[in-house]
Design a protein around this ligand. Structure first.
Ligand code: NAD
Length: 406
């Protein structure tokens, strides 16, 4: 099954469970989906065509919200699935946004910095008519970050002849971004882990975690896990994984990655596949989709799978994990820290009042743990599998907004 088929089936189940199955037809497709094809001038003067997408899944609860992914693998179905997840995620985190997502089919490592800038500007121009601070507010995703967001904000503002920082979030602090945004996704997930530790009466120092990925979302999670005393015994990136049963050092990993461009083997070299099957308390897939699937779900040995990546677990794997009593904290809940601080950024941009990092992270912790407690209470009182509980909460809030708006 594709990510989109998985997302739709999970949504359908949730709508049935809350007695709102009639809404499936209205929610299985995005409200609006556009494909754009636009030229970009390469450094040698040649004009090359690129394909991009923007999917606005549902805007009943607020403007569309969702990242922009630069990847060769970006496709229509992936963007639609990601936008559906964004609708659920914003509802679960209780922030006043709908769901959207975008992407450009490109391998950014093939581009120079100036080509990347022109690509970012031309992509945003090509979707300018359907975005806006009250319509749809993009943000970063895989292979995009602060610099892309500030180029896009600048382009959109120039076209509109006024500064409109709230059109896009995930901007650098020096270009109207929010303090705390860079750490938000990873920290948000670990705040949830902190609540689990408290609920279960565990000691952080006795616990271990394995993290797949060491990018924008994963690295801050490793930092925060280390801060609270959990041993991060394995970390990986696309080049491979490193393992140390005594725990890896965040600063060593960062230093080495900044020198080499990829993580270094500061422990024992293992594969990404082996990392996923390690006996740890918390397995944190934080890189790409579909990595926990029917081929390896039987071998997942962690007690908790905390999903920072979007869609790391397939529907077939969910069935196996549920049967094996592995507790899944689903992506739509666990990785909502980024969009939550994106919302704070948008609020700051529109009010003109900027907050310090302490305030941002304090609000994020309160929000992430509050969303987790709502999820935990439903899951435990009804004996549900994690993904079902999260989808039910998200779907119910979206349906309520649709009904209220008529
Ligand atoms: P990123 O590009 O910064 O990092 C991606 C990481 O994944 C890198 O370390 C890369 O080496 C690694 N990777 C790529 N292919 C891999 C492979 N085949 N095996 C193992 N590792 C591989 O991207 P990101 O922003 O950190 O996003 C990672 C995931 O988290 C994505 O699924 C994204 O949708 C999700 N996410 C990110 C944010 C955010 O704020 N950045 C928010 C919510 C969800």
């Amino acid at each position: 099954m594709t990510e989109l088929e998985d997302a739709r089936e999970n949504l359908k189940d949730a709508l049935e469970k809350i007695g709102e199955e009639d809404f499936f037809e209205r929610l299985k497709n995005p409200q609006r989906f556009v494909e754009v094809n636009f030229p970009v001038e390469m450094d040698d003067g040649e004009k090359k065509m690129f394909k991009g997408f923007r999917s606005q899944h549902n805007t009943s609860r607020g403007p569309g919200k969702g990242g922009i992914r630069f990847s060769e693998d970006v496709n229509e179905d992936e963007v639609k699935a990601l936008s559906l997840w964004m609708s659920l995620k914003c509802a679960i985190a209780d922030i006043p946004y709908g769901g959207a997502k975008g992407g450009v089919v490109v391998d950014p490592s093939d581009l120079s910095e100036s080509e990347e800038e022109r690509l970012s500007r031309n992509y945003i121009d090509s979707i300018a008519e359907i975005i806006g601070e009250n319509r749809d507010v993009p943000a970063p995703d895989m292979n995009t970050g602060g610099k892309h967001m500030s180029w896009m904000m600048d382009e959109y503002s120039e076209d509109n002849r006024e500064l409109i920082p709230g059109v896009i979030t995930g901007k650098p602090v020096e270009a109207f971004g929010s303090k705390g945004r860079a750490d938000a996704t990873g920290f948000g997930a670990v705040y949830v882990i902190e609540q689990i530790i408290e609920d279960e009466g565990l000691e952080a120092e006795d616990l271990t975690a394995a993290v797949q990925g060491f990018g924008n979302a994963a690295a801050p999670a490793v930092k925060r896990l280390e801060e609270i005393g959990v041993d991060v015994v394995a970390v990986s990136d696309a080049s491979g994984a490193t393992y140390d049963s005594e725990g890896l050092s965040y600063s060593e990993l960062v230093d080495c990655k900044s020198r080499r461009g990829e993580i270094c083997n500061t422990g024992e070299e293992i594969s990404n596949e082996e990392l996923l099957e390690l006996e740890v308390d918390f397995l944190i897939p934080a890189a790409i989709g579909g990595v926990i699937n029917e081929d390896n779900a039987e071998n997942i040995s962690a007690d908790y799978v905390v999903e920072i990546a979007n869609g790391p677990t397939t529907r077939e794997a969910d069935e196996i994990l549920e049967e094996r009593d592995v507790t899944v904290i689903p992506d739509v809940l666990a990785n909502s820290g980024g969009v939550t601080v994106s919302y704070y950024e948008w609020v700051q941009n529109r009010s003109g009042e900027y907050w310090d990092e302490e305030k941002v992270l304090e609000k994020l912790k309160e929000n992430s743990q509050g969303a987790y407690r709502e999820f935990r209470d439903l899951r435990d009182s009804e004996g549900l599998y994690g993904r079902d509980a999260a989808y039910m909460i998200g779907a119910e809030k979206i349906v309520k907004a649709m009904k209220a708006r008529g």
